[in-house]
Design a protein around this ligand. Sequence first.
Ligand SMILES: Cc1cc2nc3c(=O)[nH]c(=O)nc-3n(C[C@H](O)[C@H](O)[C@H](O)COP(=O)(O)OP(=O)(O)OC[C@H]3O[C@@H](n4cnc5c(N)ncnc54)[C@H](O)[C@@H]3O)c2cc1C
Length: 456
Amino acid sequence: MTANVPSESKLLWGWGRTAATRSEVIHAPDAASAADAISDAGPRGVLARGLGRGYGDCAQNAGGTVLDGPSMSGLIDVDLKNGVVTAKAGTSLDDLMRWLVPLGYFVPVTPGTRMVTVGGAIAADIHGKNHHRLGSWCNHVQSFRLLDGHGEVRDITPESDPDIFWATAGGVGLTGVVLDATIAMNPIESSRISVDTDRAPDLDSVMQLMIEGDDDYDYSVAWIDLLAQGASMGRSVLERGRFATLAEVSAEGVDKPLEYSTSQFPAPPDIIPSGMLNRLSIRAFNELWYRKAPVMRRDELKTIEAFFHPLDMISDWNRIYGKRGFLQWQFAIPDESSEVIRRSVERLSASGASSFLAVLKRFGEGNEGHLSFPQKGWTLALDIPAGSGLDRLLDELDELVVEGGGRVYLAKDSRVRPELMPLMYPRLDEWRDVREKLDPNGVFRSDLGRRLGLSG
Ligand SMILES: Cc1cc2nc3c(=O)[nH]c(=O)nc-3n(C[C@H](O)[C@H](O)[C@H](O)COP(=O)(O)OP(=O)(O)OC[C@H]3O[C@@H](n4cnc5c(N)ncnc54)[C@H](O)[C@@H]3O)c2cc1C
């Protein structure tokens, strides 16, 4: 293997902890050693990996090489006047927040966990609770350096190389290794979010509230109790907000307006039997959570962690599903097919799926990313314990999504049928052409790529 660079044979899985596969993980600290790994790659190729927060197999490469993202992390440049940051691709959003929130900047987009890297954010073109306002991550990326399949470093901007830029945005690591990126941050006056909460008794009410009111908020998310049935089907807690101003937090007696802190409870043990979480225990949790929420509350100040990353408070919470793990099903659907949301919730509620809260968000216009997930309309995401026997139902729901002009999210997928790919992502062939140009020998490979016919 690559001289003088540490490497180890390791079992890797996604956040859902299903289908682990073994790879040679290389801790390449710089572009030159990453390029060596590309030239030394065997027939199973190479893949960049971040913090492994993709749920399925997008960051795995069975029998091949995996480049460990966090081995290359840190800030390269910060322009505080203009709020522009250049960071190595393995830098986590957690670190960006820790460094920049006290200086008055927040990441432009954050997913439901801050434990993702800049490279992973580009490769999944991640979205947050503000897609309807600011779009997805790559809308804020001004440039990146990409190591291609020849081992050459390319400086890419959306203006200089739009095809390469947008094929990499959401390209699940199969167009090359992002080395570093320059990203525009969002100015903030405080680190508190002013949150309005509404409890909605059913799915129609929450969707109506979102249609009518989301445009008035920077961030919006609805948590749906998928176990509620009958008249309560789709009952939800809707949380919407914006960063509070300095005057607002001062009026509330907050003396460190830009303080950023996080807390973490210990991880659950790694010995929880699969199946311990059953419909009854999840129903009890969902019920408690719904009852605890206020029917309506306005202008509550929440910390960044409480509003954006509540799950991060429990380290390795994915272990609660036991050894068998779990999968996440997330789809996007245009407004004109919003009926697919109702039908999915109906069928999942009726199926006995033991699912914690599902997440419903609005999407604004999608961007030019060939495989970027967001498209104007809605997105629904939910966890299901692996082995729940819902494979057939999910296959049927995928078809509903396709008929409605929607798609599932590759960064979370572990099961979609490959023949649906060109229907969900109609620009797939264009993406393949760009990939062919960057990586004619097909060096970049992944388990997801093989499963869906995107790579060898
Ligand atoms: C609790 C939780 C909540 C989440 N919420 C959201 C959400 O709200 N919105 C959302 O969009 N996503 C969400 N996600 C998914 C997550 O944001 C994405 O999967 C993200 O890509 C993970 O980043 P990572 O650094 O862990 O990358 P990994 O999971 O390690 O890799 C993800 C992909 O990025 C590629 N990649 C990583 N680094 C590089 C690089 N340097 N160059 C090229 N390719 C690279 C990998 O090959 C892989 O295809 C959530 C995940 C979790 C666990």
